[in-house]
Design a protein around this ligand. Structure first.
Ligand SMILES: O=C(O)CCC(=O)C(=O)O
Length: 411
């Protein structure tokens, strides 16, 4: 691919010029000019003319702006500008036959860009992902069996519990209900801030079968870029985040994992990014309890042994266990003080207590606290009321979806 073009425009260059309609492009560039981003504007103009190097330079400049301070202080137009540069890079890369780099650019635009060009990014993903070349055909996977084994490894309860935080007399199992009516859910659990395990509600989701098929996952998501967490858990020093492709992620979670290098796709809005996976699930009616708003759908996908340390969230949470099983421990909001929340504001919703290794000298109040727990089996959902503390450990390869919503009048 030529970097500087002077002659007739190629198809890719024409596509690059057309990725954003003229009016919106001009309005965005005016906005960036007002922000002093003259160099960006000049590069973006060249990018629209088919200059890949300029497109990459524009993307780099926008990226710097996204990292110039706290996220909430980033001028929204710079996020849109980042998305536009990603679109240009993607079109030009795809035109040069580099489909994988093109998809990576689009995923970065979807994850980090603003909302203005979301439709264009989605459409480009759809088009470029569908255009597979001969080299992109899937390599036959001899690991498919191992994958299924990982999900169903027969860890019986006793075996599972020995790796779990100690139980005590003050523990009780979360109530279980099968196909609970919306009315009963609202009266007995939602309005009473009371957790419940609900079974029989997601059996019709295509995800229940499709997400156990590693070939399917590779086909619809293999080349897409996702953020993963690496390490024991987010409170540990060695913990880090990485961007890898979904195929690399699947390979990692099939290989032996030690706590220090566990790779976890955690709390990621994957379904905003990969439309095919969004089509495999449905929003349960329970999420409309309280007449509020759905806040986010997040994916939690990882190998056995992932731990999300004890923390709480501000929203109602319906946590659907689509593949595999998880151990979950819950403490009511009233236990907050005795759970020693971290003092710095970024971590104030997380407890300092490591439930896998409780230091009773440092945290004596934890010992006598009442809690509830359950093993959430495949096909079940757990309702976690707002501000309830929860600790989650996967007992097998596990793929879960959390639905967070707020009731009317609550932010
Ligand atoms: O599944 C996990 O590891 C944690 C889930 C969680 O914390 C949540 O849904 O809020």
């Amino acid at each position: 691919m030529t970097q500087e073009t002077s002659g007739a425009a190629t198809e890719a260059e024409k596509a690059a010029a057309m990725v954003v309609d003229e009016e919106r492009r001009a309005a965005l560039l005016r906005r960036i000019t007002q922000e002093g981003g003259f160099a960006y504007v000049s590069s973006a103009e060249k990018a629209a003319g088919g200059d890949l190097r300029a497109a990459e330079a524009a993307r780099e400049m926008a990226w710097e702006q996204l990292h110039s301070g706290p996220w909430h202080e980033v001028v929204p137009a710079w996020r849109d500008a980042y998305a536009m540069a990603c679109l240009h890079v993607a079109e030009l890369r795809a035109g040069a036959g580099d489909r994988r780099e093109a998809l990576r650019a689009l995923d970065m635009g979807l994850m980090m860009g603003g909302p203005l060009l979301r439709g264009e990014l989605d459409a480009a993903v759809h088009r470029i992902a569908a255009a597979k070349g001969p080299d992109d055909e899937l390599v036959a996977n001899d690991c498919a069996e191992k994958w299924t084994e990982g999900i169903y490894k027969n860890q019986n309860l006793a075996e599972a519990l020995c790796t779990l935080p100690n139980k005590s007399l003050s523990c009780k199992e979360v109530e279980r209900k099968s196909s609970l009516s919306l009315e009963t859910f609202i009266c007995d659990y939602f309005l009473r801030d009371s957790p419940v395990v609900i079974s029989g509600c997601i059996d019709h989701w295509p995800a229940r079968t499709k997400w156990k098929d590693i070939e399917y996952l590779k086909r619809v998501a293999g080349d897409r870029t996702i953020p993963v967490e690496v390490g024991k858990n987010y409170l540990c020093d060695e913990w880090k985040q990485e961007l890898i492709t979904f195929s690399q992620f699947l390979e990692r979670i099939q290989s032996t994992n030690y706590p220090s290098n566990l790779t976890y796709l955690a709390q990621h809005p994957l379904f905003d990014q990969i439309r095919e996976l969004r089509d495999d699930i449905m929003i349960p009616d329970y999420c409309f309890a309280g007449g509020g708003e759905l806040r986010s759908l997040n994916a939690w996908f990882g190998p056995p042994g992932t731990v999300t340390p004890l923390h709480h969230d501000p929203h109602h949470n319906l946590f659907a266990q689509v593949v595999g099983r998880k151990y979950i421990r819950l403490y009511p909001t009233s236990a907050s003080e005795s759970l020693y929340p971290h003092t710095e504001s970024m971590l104030s919703n997380s407890s300092q207590v490591d439930l896998d290794n409780i230091d009773l000298k440092e945290f004596p109040m934890v010992e006598d606290l009442d809690f509830m727990d359950c093993i959430l089996e495949e096909g079940e959902m757990l309702y976690i009321p707002p501000k309830w503390w929860h600790y989650v450990r996967s007992l097998s390869t596990s793929f879960s979806v959390s639905f967070w919503w707020s009731a009317a009048g609550h932010s």
